[in-house]
Design a protein around this ligand. Structure first.
Ligand SMILES: Nc1ncnc2c1ncn2[C@@H]1O[C@H](COP(=O)(O)OP(=O)(O)OP(=O)(O)O)[C@@H](O)[C@H]1O
Ligand SMILES: [Mg+2]
Length: 296
């Protein structure tokens, strides 16, 4: 296994948890600073909140259209094994700002692997992956983590909330990589919870929330850092039909507000919510590049 997951036990096929590191003892213990940069640590490459933006220096005239949020160029991933598993065969794929793409495929076909690559949780072993026009292959691991924290929100089937933190604290943790003042973090976390209809449960522990409420906390956490992309892996997989419907309505609303979404599901009813659906079988993505136009 490569990258940050080296040496860690990960269940085969289980998604690594992008919020996991933030649960580590240390900066968050006893409710202290949630911001690793706050105590004078080096802010890394994104000083002043500026991300590297290849489309920034635009001459006069109309600005070019924004780059795709996701762009795969021959991107693939083979788990080294042994035996080696070609979990994602090299493919071309892109997602434009504001699209709602659903990804379907049978169990073991490579959906989570695909999502992990898109979400910068696993690095591809082949090809190039551009996120918001940024070539992620050129980034150091800490830069990838910072980019992930800023640009991507995650929602998983099993919620991945910290059990001993309240809803609002769980949401605040997602602002680790945004240099947001502490008071503002709490405010924004409460606003995000209000957005998902949970203002009244902000101070509850996840164990006191229903499944649907937990997932809404996870959605609030994913949104609070104002990501450019919301990635969901079977977001309704643990919910009954009525509660799943609630979460889907919320995703539809977010799409209506301009959010870019990539949602993995094995449920055709969920897939139908996407403005576009791609499928994966044996690691092969079947749709090839319908939205390839990159601004000249
Ligand atoms: N860390 C890993 N090391 C080696 N092989 C892996 C690893 N994670 C997944 N795989 C293999 O890669 C393939 C794709 O797995 P993946 O988890 O992406 O499937 P999936 O479509 O998400 O399945 P499900 O619907 O059951 O969640 C499977 O054959 C799986 O066994
Ligand atoms: Mg999966």
């Amino acid at each position: 296994m490569r990258g940050p997951w080296r040496g860690r036990r990960r269940e085969r096929g289980a998604a690594p948890d992008p919020y996991e590191d933030r649960a580590a003892p240390g900066p968050y213990e006893d409710g202290a600073a949630l911001d690793p940069y706050e105590d004078g640590a080096a802010p890394g490459p994104y000083e002043d909140g500026a991300d590297p933006d290849p489309y920034e220096s635009v001459p006069d005239g109309d600005p070019p259209p924004p780059p795709p949020v996701v762009e795969f160029r021959g991107t693939g991933l083979t788990y080294p094994g042994p035996p080696a598993v070609r979990a994602l065969r090299p493919c071309h794929f892109s997602v434009r700002p504001g699209e709602f793409v659903t990804v379907v495929g049978p169990s073991g076909s490579g959906k989570s692997t695909f999502l992990n690559v898109v979400g910068l949780l696993d690095a591809p072993t082949e090809g190039t992956y551009l996120l918001d026009g940024i070539d992620t292959g050129r980034l150091a691991e800490h830069e990838r983590a910072a980019l992930r924290g800023r640009r991507i929100g995650f929602v998983f089937q099993s919620f991945h909330l910290l059990p001993h933190r309240t809803a609002v604290e769980n949401v605040q943790l997602a602002m680790v990589y945004r240099r947001v003042p502490r008071a503002e973090r709490r405010e924004r976390a409460r606003t995000a919870l209000a957005r998902v209809g949970l203002a009244h449960r902000a101070d509850a522990l996840p164990t006191r929330l229903s499944g649907g409420e937990r997932q809404r906390v996870a959605v609030a956490r994913a949104l609070v850092a104002r990501p450019s992309l919301l990635l969901c892996d079977e977001p309704t997989g643990n919910l009954d039909t009525a509660t799943a419907g609630e979460i889907l309505r919320l995703l539809d609303e977010l799409h209506g507000e301009g959010m870019t979404l990539l949602v993995i599901t094995h449920d055709p009813a969920v897939a139908a919510h996407g403005s576009r659906t791609v499928s994966i079988r044996d690691g092969r993505l079947t749709e090839t590049v319908r939205d390839r136009e990159v601004p000249a």
